[in-house]
Design a protein around this ligand. Structure first.
Ligand SMILES: *Cc1c(COP(=O)(O)O)cnc(C)c1O
Length: 431
């Protein structure tokens, strides 16, 4: 594989941009080597600067459920662009997108658009605190909610203790109002509410976790979340930035039939442009300024181009739902990976919901960060590069979900399984 143009572009970028990238997830830090610079994408494929073609399994880390450069999304952008790119005044299109989101997502009666998932979660927890007039937020280890200071927190030494900063620059003062618990730990959740119940403003979680690899919540865990927050007057926030419109039109809340008080969205709702959103019950959302006192604003929020791309993408999901096909392709991919790993004699866990999936090099099923963190990341790095050499671009970390699009059909899935079969056999031989 020739990568000389990518390598040169990376050297240059490193002089100009910290680490050569504008988001650390792109830097290949967990798998070694230098990031590959992209030139363009089309359908399920990515093309790099050196002209190599890859079958794409990151989909821009989630947004591209319709693949790259979809003609209908491009047409919507072109049409909108001609009328100007930003007005700093409301447009009717924002209501059209809002209506679609409200119709699709069970918990959302009112919605506010922002520019990223980070902004959405940051705003949602502010609203939860403003509405309840309480300070504490519960989050779960291994769940990622963007780079919000108060959520960049690692678990303290004991369960149900207050969090500690996990990045320099995040102050202890900021994190002392965040409790970090283990995902799927019903007892831990119960005891946190026993100890701090009247101080807890809200609980935020990924209702299907993708950010430690794919981890599914147990039904007792979901029930405890809904029951305890209701009993204690705390706000339950589903962070569906990744799962919204990915696992079903209505997100994980539709899949599980559990309705949170608030929901955060991003990724797919922007159709590949920067959009986030947060929404919930009308009585909660009407606390947001200017309807209510909780401040939140954005110069480019509801941007015409972003809203147009988002609407084109969501409307197509609503009118021509690909979810059954995505699930069939996911099942085919998971079974293929499973058989290939088994034949190679490698112990793996394949965890999947619809078109998001992780192959963990792990002895036991992954239920939270305690089990996820036991994965063999060295084997994963070999898997990543082995797949790359065979033209399959996977997420560059054991702890990221792969995504595929509605344009990944049987031939592409089978090509991926063949690549995995060769790669896994190679890994098994080299150990
Ligand atoms: C990606 C992601 C975010 C952050 O969104 P950005 O647009 O990167 O700020 C928040 N929550 C979840 C669950 C995500 O997957």
């Amino acid at each position: 594989m020739k990568l000389s143009k990518s390598e040169a572009a990376y050297q240059r970028a490193c002089e100009l941009i910290p680490g050569g990238v504008n988001s650390p997830a792109r830097a290949f830090g967990a798998v070694g080597g230098t990031p590959i610079f992209m030139d363009r994408g089309k359908g399920p494929y990515l093309y790099d600067l050196d002209g190599n073609q890859y079958l794409d399994y990151i989909g821009s880390w989630g947004p591209l459920i319709w693949g790259h450069a979809h003609p209908e999304i491009l047409a919507a952008l072109e049409e909108t662009m001609k009328r100007g790119t930003s007005f700093g005044a409301p447009t009717e299109r924002e209501s059209v997108l809002a209506e679609l989101v409200i119709d699709a997502v069970p918990s959302v009666e009112r919605v506010r658009f922002v520019n990223s998932g980070t902004e959405a979660t940051m705003s949602a927890i502010r609203v939860a605190r403003g509405v309840t007039k309480r300070d504490l937020i519960i989050k779960f280890a291994g769940n990622y909610h963007g780079h919000v200071d108060s959520l960049l927190v690692a678990a303290g030494s004991a369960a149900a203790t207050l969090g500690v900063p996990n990045s320099p620059g995040v102050t202890e003062g900021t994190t002392k109002d965040t409790l970090v618990l283990e995902y799927n730990d019903v007892e831990g959740l119960q005891s946190a509410f026993d100890l701090h119940g009247d101080r807890i403003a809200g609980v935020i979680l990924e209702p299907i976790c993708g950010n430690m690899g794919v981890v599914v919540p147990s039904s007792p865990f979901l029930q405890a979340l809904r029951g305890l927050t209701t009993d204690h007057g705390a706000i339950l926030i589903f962070d569906e930035v990744m799962t919204g419109f990915r696992v079903a039109l209505g997100g994980a809340q539709e899949v599980f039939g559990v309705t949170p008080d608030m929901t955060t969205l991003g990724k797919i709702i922007g159709g590949g442009l920067p959009v986030g959103a947060y929404g919930g019950k009308a009585e909660i959302m009407d606390q947001v300024m200017p309807a209510g006192p909780v401040f939140q604003a954005g110069t480019l929020s509801g941007n015409p181009l972003a809203v147009a791309a988002g609407y084109a993408s969501l409307k197509k999901l609503r009118d021509e739902p690909p979810y059954e096909q995505l699930d069939q392709m996911g099942d085919r991919l998971a079974k293929g990976f499973h058989q290939a790993a088994k034949d190679a004699g490698l112990k793996t866990q394949i965890q999947r919901v619809g078109s998001m999936m992780t192959l963990f090099f792990n002895e036991e099923p992954v239920t939270g960060w305690a089990t996820a963190s036991k994965s063999d990341t060295e084997k994963f790095s070999k898997f990543f590069w082995g797949m790359m050499e065979r033209g399959v671009y996977l997420p560059c970390s054991q702890y990221e979900a792969l995504f595929f699009s509605a344009l990944h059909k049987e031939p592409e899935i089978d090509q991926t399984i063949d690549a995995a079969r060769e790669t896994l056999a190679e890994i098994a031989k080299s150990k």
